[in-house]
Structures are given as C-alpha cells and as structure tokens.
Design a protein around this ligand. Structure first.
Ligand SMILES: Cc1ncc(COP(=O)(O)O)c(C=O)c1O
Length: 347
C-alpha cells in the first residue's frame, strides 16, 4: 500500500488495479440534495438496502464499511482470536496477510500455482487445514492473477470449512469485473461464507470508500459493534453519494468495462508477441500477473520506470519476485504506450 501511494506513479501507469475514476459530473445526482448530517447509527438504511438488493440478500446481513480494506479488517477481527489458525492463499494481496498477522493469528498458507492456471485445488486446501483452522481466506477474482473460482470449488471450500467448524472469507472486490455471466456472490452458497467488497475497483468511485461485508446476522452485529471503535459513523455525504452510485451502477460499470475490454485486446496481442514473458490468460478482471522468464523483475521494473517512465506492480508484493502485475481499465492510449514501452525495455 505504501509503495502504491508513494512509488507507483509514472507517466504510463500500469501499476493500477481498478478502472478509471468516475467523475462526479457524470453521476446523475442533484448536488443540492446532499446534506452534511443525517440519521445514521448502525448503517444508513437506504445504502444497506441498495447493497442487499444488488446481491439479492437480506439487509440484516449487510455491514457498511470504509472500503474493502476496513471490511477485511472488521471481518477478520470479528472472527479470529489471537493464536487462531488462518489459512490464506498464496500468492495473496499483502494487506490481507498483514491484517491476520496484526490480529496475532497463526497464518498458514495454501498454494495456487501458475501451472494449474492459479486455480484453487480443494484437495490441496483439504491437506492444509487442521482442527485449529478458524478461517480460510481467498480473493475472487484472485488478486493478482484475476483467476476466477467457480461455484463448485467454492462449495467444496465451504464443505471443508464446515467439517472443522471454520468460516470462509471471500474478498470479492474484483468479482463484478466478470462482465459476462457475472457470478452471484459466494455469500449465497452457505452460512460459512463471509464476503467483503466495495465500489472501488470495478465502478471507479474509490473516493466514496463505499465498502461492505456480507455475514450472517449475528456476526454482522459483532462487526458493526467493532466498527464503533474505528469509524463510529460514516461520512454522511459519502453515504448519500454511494446510494446515488448504486442507482446508476450500470452506467459506472459500463464506462469502466469499455476501457477494460479495449485494454484486454491489446494485452492479448502483447502477450502473444512477447516471448520473454508469460501469463495465464483470463477473459475477465482488471489485472494480469506476468512472469519475467529470465532476469530479475525488480531490476527490470526499476529500469522500466527510470528509462521508460512506465510502472507495473512488483511481484515481490505478492511473494513472487519473478512476476509483475499489469492493470487494465484506466486509459487505453496510456495502456497501449505502456505496453509498447515494456516491449522496448524487454528487448
Ligand atoms: C483484494 C483486494 N481487497 C481489497 C482492496 C482494497 O479495496 P478498497 O479500496 O475497497 O479498500 C484491494 C485493493 O487493491 C484489493 O486488491
């Protein structure tokens, strides 16, 4: 996170993970209807309903949070006690590991491998659990690879968790970047599932910090009470704007989608042409995880930034230092020139 805030910028910035910012002027909202203060204690009812309707679930299962970041924190802090075993995918989005460690969990890992397309193998997962495992944590789509975990695998993960009285936390912040036949949230697959998400990555309104957790009502209450320690209540105008964003969600999503799809076409040609790198191909998602077949990816990215004013995310942040992550969906002209510069740097 620190690297991304302070060192990721470049003229050709491919170190992104979400779509371009959606501007306020394009959101059909009457600014004079905004207000600074208003009724909001344990959740702003219209937003809670909008999130529940979006997922087709009961509003009692929705906990509002400041982005998926706070959602992951609240979810894990409400579920695990110090010393509990938490089983987290490898490679993983760093802050998820950091939260588990911050909570003094005993962190264990299970591998997703490139050879098998980064999919989760339930047999591998089964071998990694112990009676002490309290929580299994995955991202779907997977950050950094954008691999999609299908429902049948999620169901098996749910069965594994149930067999040891554990829960499954699924971070779905990228899931709506499956633009065709978008899967339903895994929360609907059983009571052992807890889900986190936000409007950050796929909808371009990160600044609203509109995040949420889906959890069964007793756990949801624990999370709302815990949030009393952190945020007390949310920024009220942000809640109003978040409700407006939900009213026009398709407008936001389609805008990002057009850029992601144009970028993906360029990425496909680029990956076919470049023999010095390889990546598992996906038809969805906003990121691609690329392996540099020869040489050190960190050195390569330093050179890419210094000499070609182009950035991508070093794989070391995902514990895979011979890889780097490329982000789609911000600006196709910039993306095309960024890929062009990566090609030049590779040669
Ligand atoms: C898997 C994952 N979860 C959560 C986040 C943070 O999301 P938010 O901006 O909603 O806090 C990110 C951001 O990169 C992410 O990749």
């Amino acid at each position: 996170m620190q690297w991304s805030k302070t060192e990721s910028r470049a003229r050709f910035n491919l170190a992104t993970s979400g779509v371009a910012p959606f501007p306020l002027r394009e959101l059909p909202v009457q600014l004079e209807t905004l207000e600074i203060n208003g009724d909001n204690s344990y959740g702003y009812a219209p937003l809670q309903r909008a999130i529940a309707t979006h997922h087709g679930i009961d509003p009692d299962c929705v906990v509002e949070s400041a982005g998926t970041s706070m959602a992951n924190h609240l979810a894990m802090a409400s579920i695990i006690d110090p010393g509990d075993q938490v089983l987290i995918e490898h490679p993983a989005y760093g802050p998820i590991l950091d939260v588990a460690r911050y909570l003094h969990a005993h962190v264990k890992r299970f591998p997703r491998t490139e050879e098998t397309g980064w999919v989760i193998d339930p047999k591998v997962l089964r071998d990694c659990i112990t009676p002490k495992t309290r929580l299994i944590v995955i991202t779907n789509l997977h950050n950094p690879t954008s691999a999609l975990t299908p429902d049948w695998v999620l169901r098996e993960i749910g069965d594994i968790a149930r067999s040891i009285d554990a829960l499954v936390l699924v971070d779905e912040v990228y899931l709506d970047a499956v633009y065709e036949r978008t899967p339903r949230t895994s929360f609907c697959l059983g009571p052992e599932f807890v889900v986190t998400s936000s409007l950050t990555k796929v909808y371009g309104v990160s600044g609203l910090r509109c995040g949420w957790i889906l959890a069964r009502p007793d756990l949801a209450w624990k999370m709302r009470r815990l949030n009393d320690l952190y945020s007390a209540t949310a920024v009220y105008p942000g809640l109003l704007l978040s409700v407006a964003a939900f009213k026009h969600l398709n407008l936001l999503r389609e805008k990002g989608r057009r850029i992601v799809e144009a970028d993906r076409k360029l990425l496909r040609d680029f990956l076919i042409q470049e023999s010095a790198i390889s990546a598992v191909w996906t038809e969805w998602g906003t990121t691609s995880f690329v392996q540099l077949l020869d040489g050190n990816a960190d050195d390569f990215l330093h050179m890419l930034r210094a000499e070609f004013d182009t950035s991508a995310v070093p794989g070391r942040f995902f514990e895979m230092p011979d890889h780097f992550r490329i982000g789609m969906g911000v600006n196709t002209e910039m993306f095309a020139e960024g890929l062009n510069r990566i090609s030049r740097a590779l040669s």
